[in-house]
Design a protein around this ligand. Structure first.
Ligand SMILES: [Zn+2]
Length: 263
């Protein structure tokens, strides 16, 4: 898809969104998102329900609406597939989403929002905006039904994620994502701490989101920094190598000179 010519590529939001679209181009087993062909500020996403939860086996589709100020302001997330946890066609309330702009950080990304959404699914709604308190059985039924769900624009959503090796297996003791690089939804949900029911509209506190992002979702931007640091230390190694060679050459020439003049 090409947005060049249509958008001002000098705008930070456009630059950032084009970069994120590039990074998210390939579907993973857990999530996928891409901008609509004619609108860089509206994306459609697909996420897999977290394993070992009533959403296991479910596939859920929705919209991400990005403000012109993105990433300074957070994205809004709207679910389209009935799931029993979030109302559909309604902006949902996550600490990370548009309902809580105060907790959003510009270094977070669409990927962070999707991982947070997966992690939030098995947690109680606590009557926050856009949340539903369906029973486990109802959610399981909806999870099964969701596999046949189709988006008017994207088609059958089951085809939008990479095929999953573990979620569909019927073994009793199924492994949860062995690969250390793979995102482990159940670990993320474990790392999200709940705020007691007495709290008002915030289901999660800022610290838990921060921890979630820090511990599980090593953001691309941090990875980039690490790469830069590695590059720096590489060039330091080069410098010390060169110095060693110069030192050795001087010692050798000193020895040769001594032989020539003092013998
Ligand atoms: Zn769609």
């Amino acid at each position: 898809m090409s947005f060049e010519g249509k958008y001002n590529t000098k705008s930070p939001a456009v630059k950032r969104l084009m970069r994120e679209a590039h990074e998210l181009a390939e579907a993973t087993e857990e999530y996928h998102a891409c901008p609509l062909e004619d609108n860089l500020f509206e994306w459609h996403f697909t996420v897999r329900g977290p394993p070992s939860s009533e959403f296991d086996g479910g596939i859920y589709h929705g919209r991400i609406i990005l403000p012109p100020e993105y990433p300074m302001k957070p994205p809004n997330i709207v679910l389209l597939t009935p799931n029993g946890r979030f109302e559909i066609h309604k902006k949902i309330c996550l600490s990370i989403s548009g309902h809580h702009p105060e907790t959003w950080q510009p270094s977070w990304s669409i990927r962070t929002a999707l991982l947070a959404l997966i992690a939030f699914m098995p947690t109680p709604g606590n009557d926050t905006i856009g949340s539903l308190n369906y029973s486990v059985e109802e959610r399981q039924k909806l999870a099964k039904k969701s596999q046949k769900w189709e988006c008017e624009i994207c088609g059958k959503i089951i085809n939008l994620l990479r095929e999953d090796k573990f979620f569909n297996s019927k073994e009793t003791d199924k492994p949860i994502l062995n690969s250390p690089n793979a995102f482990n939804a159940s670990n993320v949900s474990r790392s999200v701490n709940m705020v007691p029911r007495s709290s008002t509209s915030h289901t999660f506190n800022e610290n838990s989101i921060q921890r979630l992002v820090n511990s599980q979702l090593l953001d691309n931007y941090t990875q980039e920094n690490t790469l830069n640091q590695q590059e720096n230390s590489l060039s330091l190694n080069n410098i010390s190598g060169t110095l060693l060679i110069i030192f050795l050459l001087s010692v050798i020439s000193l020895l040769i000179l001594r032989r020539l003049f003092f013998l």
